[in-house]
Design a protein around this ligand. Structure first.
Ligand code: FEO
Length: 399
């Protein structure tokens, strides 16, 4: 990708990773690839804000060289030490031997912990600034958005906010700006990113946005470290984050299930019919065959989570375990839940699912429903009534 001049003397020098399909090892699916965004500011002093993942470091250096000799870089800002942004630091710091490496206070620990190099560190806190000549970099600590070391960098004069992971999307595209891409794709990726990465920190998202808004900084561009940059109505994504952080899910349901011989599937379908009777939209999500991160987006959006599994080896079907672990870790708010499943012998599945829901702080609003062997017509009628009741609860306004 070509270097893009965003403002006079402000350049995007990042890379687009079209082929990325798994991120964080294999933890997160990235169907549309990603971009690692880095920004070069040429004023009287030269600053680089963030780098890229190390497999792409040569491309980053080539991009920088198109604008300026890397040896002229005075400041390298590492907003966050996760390697998709800091991986290029060793190469950049070799090429820029006089550069000061600017990190948050917690970044001192995390950057040193990753690279063990005696770089010339400078730790900054909220409100600190570094003059580049005409304009300055101003820093705002953003702990737990999404690591304790996370920091936002703001460029005065050009009004550019570089908030690192916040407001990003795993989205590879030939375009650099939000107004140049398909809006549905953009928001699908922005929400997937929020739901899978930022949900547990939602209360901090709200507080941090309120704090930054109170600073009254003019914002022309929001330049996250992944995906496209927010140029048209840049605050639209800030407002979306406030909405997502409030966790006010829609009155809809997700029926997350696995099944061995379709008995639990029949129950899921009958529960769905009951939800439909109550006028509540729902999705059946087959845990064994659905991308976990995509399923979590549906869970994020829905008020109600119904989980179904037959009993196997005194437990649940294994496909459900990873997603139940994530549901607990993501600490969703304002949800209600219930369990169902069929069984042949011991039949613990419903109790175990209810235990998972309780551990995830999702109240079980109705005792779960079980069917022995293949569900009979009476079992399916009971499932439908169960779905109707849960549908009515789903429609109740949130407090
Ligand atoms: Fe937290 Fe994009 O790394």
């Amino acid at each position: 990708m070509m270097v893009t001049e965003l403002k006079p003397g402000v350049y995007w020098v990042g890379v687009v990773d079209w082929a990325l399909r798994r991120f964080h090892g294999v933890e997160l699916s990235t169907h549309r690839g990603s971009a690692y965004n880095a920004y070069l500011i040429v004023d009287e002093k030269v600053a680089l804000v963030d780098t890229v993942w190390s497999p792409f470091q040569d491309q980053l250096l080539a991009n920088i060289r198109e604008v300026v000799d890397p040896a002229k870089i005075d400041y390298v800002v590492a907003n966050h030490a996760e390697v998709d942004h800091s991986g290029g630091l060793p190469a950049v710091m070799r090429e820029a031997p006089n550069a000061t490496l600017v990190v948050s206070k917690r970044g001192l620990e995390s950057v040193e912990g990753h690279y063990h190099q005696p770089w010339n560190f400078k730790a900054v806190g909220t409100g600190d600034s570094i003059s580049l000549g005409k304009n300055s970099l101003v820093f705002v600590e953003a702990p737990l958005l999404h690591w304790p070391d996370s920091m936002f960098t703001y460029l005065t004069g050009h009004n550019v906010l570089m908030p690192n992971d916040a407001f990003g999307q795993h989205y590879a595209t030939d375009a650099r700006f939000n107004d140049q891409v398909n809006q549905e794709e953009l928001y699908e990726e922005a929400l997937k990113y929020y739901a899978n990465i930022l949900t547990p920190f939602s209360h901090l998202v709200t507080k941090k946005i309120e704090e930054v808004v109170a600073l009254n900084l003019p914002v022309d561009l929001i330049c996250p470290s992944h995906g496209v940059l927010w140029r048209k109505d840049p605050l639209q994504i800030v407002h979306k984050y406030l909405e997502w952080a409030a966790q006010r899910p829609e009155p809809r349901a997700v029926i997350l299930y696995d099944t061995m011989w379709n008995g639990t599937l029949r129950m899921a379908e009958a529960i769905g019919d009951g939800l439909a009777d109550a006028g509540v939209p729902y999705k059946l999500i087959y845990a064994a065959g659905t991308d976990r991160n995509d399923a979590l987006v549906e869970v994020f959006k829905a008020r109600t989570l119904l989980i179904g599994s037959p009993t196997m080896n005194n437990g649940l079907l294994p496909s459900l375990e990873p997603i139940l672990g994530e549901i607990k870790g993501l600490k969703f708010k304002n949800k209600i839940g219930a369990a169902f499943g069929c069984y042949g012998w011991s039949g613990e599945c419903v109790k175990l699912i209810e235990h998972h829901l309780e551990e995830s702080k999702i109240p079980v609003i109705r005792p779960g429903i079980r069917a022995k062997w293949q569900p009979k017509p009476a079992d399916l009628a009971a499932c439908r009534a169960f779905g109707r009741e849960i549908g009515e609860a789903t429609k109740r306004p949130l407090e």
